[in-house]
Design a protein around this ligand. Structure first.
Ligand code: ZN
Length: 379
């Protein structure tokens, strides 16, 4: 594979670094400077002042499909890797959901590893909605220690009628297994927590951190923009050291039922002075989005699109006035740090060559470069 030289890019690392050239080889960013003359045969791509930013790190993707809450016919399809490339998502963290019976971690692991042929990076969470957790090897700790691609646990459901209603003790033990397994393997071992619309909201997480010597940062609760009441709880969780995740995929019906679009929720949290280093956005891709008729009967389930992540970034910047570097951080630097992915989420020499070229005005995606492989270049 020859080296790729990207010229004249407005680099957002995600913070703006000005107009630079980037040299890419062997799947890494080799150099970034105002003018690079490598003196070797390279493929040159003139970015023509497009924005270059890190490829997106999506904290929740149902790689092998999700859903099934309305019977077998409502299971959603697996993710098509072409959709991730077209949406600028270069790092995908795969999880099971409600269904850990017909869906398995072995299947998830295979789907994550299959992404590599496109240059995409796939990781897997062990466990599912349920506690005690379903796992690959029989224990959360063994999964984290022995399987390189397994980087955390989730999504574990709380405050949801589809969850298993774990006790404080049960959730603490799960988090402790994740923490110790991750320590032994040099990982972060974050526990992604699906928060439903139950009144108790984040009470269980606060109780775990109150009663046990576990840091709030061990947990990353998601779907916090599912209603205003839950979103208001984000501040209290962040103030005690935690982080929160917002879900980009939604529907007009969900919005009229109280769902707050991720871009608007992000703008609100930032306006309150909450740090962008504790706020991520994920797509929940291939999860199920229900459609109801006027009488509230379930008509069908649609799969959440992975493209919702980039749509949320554009909406945050273009419609809600969020600075670009902050909108980008929620889908790059922040999730990479939360999951302990050191070569992801930033454009820097030595980092993985996962980057996007965006139109500087419309922020439309022109190209996705994943693991050094250039895709979907448009004029
Ligand atoms: Zn969920």
């Amino acid at each position: 594979m020859s080296m790729l030289l990207i010229r004249n890019a407005q680099v957002h690392a995600p913070e703006p670094l000005g107009r630079l050239d980037l040299l890419i080889g062997a799947g890494r960013i080799l150099a970034m400077a105002e003018r690079l003359e490598p003196g070797l045969p390279v493929t040159v791509l003139d970015a023509q002042d497009a924005i270059a930013c890190p490829g997106y790190v999506d904290s929740l993707v149902h790689l092998t499909g999700g859903g099934g809450e309305g019977g077998f016919a409502t299971r959603t399809a697996a993710l098509d890797p072409a959709d991730a490339i077209a949406a600028g998502v270069t790092t995908l963290i795969g999880a099971l959901g409600t269904d850990d019976v017909t869906r398995s971690h072995a299947d998830l692991l295979a789907a994550a590893r299959a992404l590599a042929v496109h240059g995409l990076s796939g990781y897997v969470l062990t466990g599912s909605y349920r506690v005690p957790a379903r796992t690959l090897t029989g224990s959360v700790r063994d999964d984290l220690v022995l399987v390189p691609d397994i980087i955390g646990v989730g999504e574990v459901a709380i405050a949801d009628h589809r969850g298993s209603h774990p006790s404080v003790q049960e959730l603490a033990r799960l988090a402790a297994d994740a923490r110790v397994g991750a320590m032994l393997a040099g990982k972060r071992g974050t526990v992604l927590v699906h928060v439903g619309d139950g009144e108790e909201a984040l009470d269980l997480l606060h109780a775990v951190v109150d009663r046990h010597p576990l840091p709030a940062a061990q947990f990353h609760p998601t779907h916090l923009n599912r209603n205003a009441r839950l979103l208001q709880r984000a501040r209290g969780w962040i103030e005690r050291g935690g982080s929160v995740d917002l879900t980009a995929s939604t529907t007009p019906a969900l919005i009229s039922a109280g769902d707050i679009p991720a871009a608007r929720a992000l703008a609100g949290l930032l306006a309150e002075g909450l740090p962008v280093s504790r706020i991520s956005i994920s797509s929940d891709a291939q999860g199920s989005l229900p459609h109801f008729d006027a009488q509230g009967r379930l008509l069908q389930l649609e799969a959440a699109p992975v493209s919702s992540l980039h749509a949320a970034v554009r909406s945050a910047v273009l419609e809600h006035g969020v600075p670009l570097r902050m909108a980008l951080a929620t889908v790059t630097e922040t999730p990479a740090a939360i999951w302990g992915l050191e070569r992801k989420g930033r454009l820097r020499p030595g980092g993985d060559a996962d980057l996007l070229l965006l139109d500087p005005h419309s922020l439309e995606l022109r190209a996705t470069i994943a693991g050094g492989i250039a895709h979907a270049v448009r004029e």
